[in-house]
Design a binder for this molecule. Structure first.
Ligand code: PMP
Length: 377
């Protein structure tokens, strides 16, 4: 039986063209872009071109686009950088209970350091507490951080609404768009700062972007030679940075077609899963089509995912990068489900390159496992 990989929200297969870019630049343009000679200048030109290309997709200036090692670094830099810079007046910060640990852990640390942090609720239907955001904002709020698409449920927050509320104050809006880039239209993103990782869009692990509009002020967290406009020192990994420009270009070029396929597969699986009595679908109906989460009422999620894995079908039982609150999904719990549901949640996530026959095999195998595996008591 061919392998079925339904874990693209954890990471995607690296595209061949992306690897080709990495190898070509590594081999042919290995010089340091900061070097003051012709080889260095040629590499600097490649770096500038990759940066300008990425910035242009977001209608930004090249200097508003910073290369990072991924969303974790980008989220840390955005949140620490803005709150450090504003600490004399802006010690109130706002985020949501749906965020990834690379956001939540930074806010928890800030709290210990004397900042006041508000964690907004969200619900099963995927609505954020927009009224709560409005009341939480005051003239001491320097930063609001809200994700675009949730990595576990696929929930989409209304960033336009969030942006309009936030901009009634002095605060800036940071958006963790790690699960939105390559899945949703860029026009749905409203932000002052935005982060994402390359490896979720067919890129190489260890690549990422922080977009920072030029009126946003932040303190650098990595000091040294002043690369990335002084915001991230260290010799620029130009082959990686160029490979990310290729990954983003291809991901956006194929977006419409992949979304169409993901929608068809998602609907097919939703229909099939809803016929299994013990399945509760968790992803809201208007979630991104690339993520479909459900919970089992009678079986342990981890046992079923292990059994699927033995049959060559790869899914996720909770955020693959979550290390806190082991054993259950805090996102599912915070959406208002009970502990048992949060423990038995399974996430399917697609690249948009799958076909329906993979969905058929998945449903057949899942039903067989549920029939033949001991129930949780
Ligand atoms: N934010 C979200 C929403 C994510 O899904 C992830 C990865 N699971 C991250 C941030 C962190 O990305 P990385 O591990 O690539 O730094």
């Amino acid at each position: 039986m061919p392998e079925i990989y339904f874990d693209n929200a954890a990471t995607t297969r690296t595209r061949k063209e992306v690897l080709d870019t990495f190898v070509k630049v590594s081999e042919e343009d290995f010089a340091n872009p900061a070097s003051n000679h012709a080889l260095g200048s040629k590499v600097l030109h490649l770096l500038d071109r990759a940066r300008a290309q990425i910035a242009s997709y977001f209608h930004l200036l090249p200097e508003e686009c910073l290369f990072t090692s991924g969303a974790t670094e980008g989220n840390n830099l955005a949140i620490k950088g803005v709150s450090d810079h504003a600490k004399s007046w802006g010690k109130r910060l706002i985020t949501t209970k749906a965020e990834h640990p690379s956001v939540l852990e930074v806010f928890r640390k800030r709290e210990k350091e004397g900042f006041e942090v508000v964690y907004l609720d969200f619900d099963k239907e995927g609505r954020l507490d927009y009224e709560g955001l409005e009341t939480a904002l005051n003239d001491k709020t320097s930063l609001v951080s809200v994700m675009a698409v949730n990595n576990e449920l696929g929930t989409i927050f209304d960033l336009k609404r969030v942006f309009e509320i936030v901009h009634k104050s002095k605060a800036k809006l940071h958006v963790d768009a790690t699960q939105a880039i390559g899945k949703e239209e860029l026009s749905s993103l409203f932000f002052d700062l935005l982060t994402f990782s390359g490896h979720k869009i067919g890129g190489i692990k260890g690549t990422g972007i922080l977009l920072k509009r030029k009126d946003v002020q932040l303190d650098s967290q990595i000091l040294g030679g002043g690369q990335e406009n002084g915001y991230r020192s260290g010799t620029s990994p130009v082959p990686l940075d160029c490979s990310l420009a290729t990954a983003l270009r291809l991901s956006l070029k194929t977006l419409e077609e992949r979304r169409h396929k993901a929608k068809k597969l998602n609907l097919f699986l939703r229909e099939g899963l809803s016929k299994i009595p013990e399945v509760l679908i968790l992803s809201p109906v208007d979630a991104t089509p690339f993520i479909l989460s459900f919970a089992l009422m009678e079986h342990k999620g981890s046992i079923v995912s292990e059994a699927l894995s033995e049959r060559g079908i790869y899914v996720s039982t909770k955020s693959a990068c979550s290390s806190r609150e082991e054993g259950y999904s805090y996102v599912v719990r915070n959406a208002g489900y009970d502990l048992r549901t949060a423990r038995n949640a399974i996430r399917l996530s697609f690249s948009g390159e799958e076909d329906l026959s993979q969905g058929e095999i998945f449903l057949e195998q899942l039903e067989d496992i549920l029939r033949t595996t001991d129930k949780e008591n």
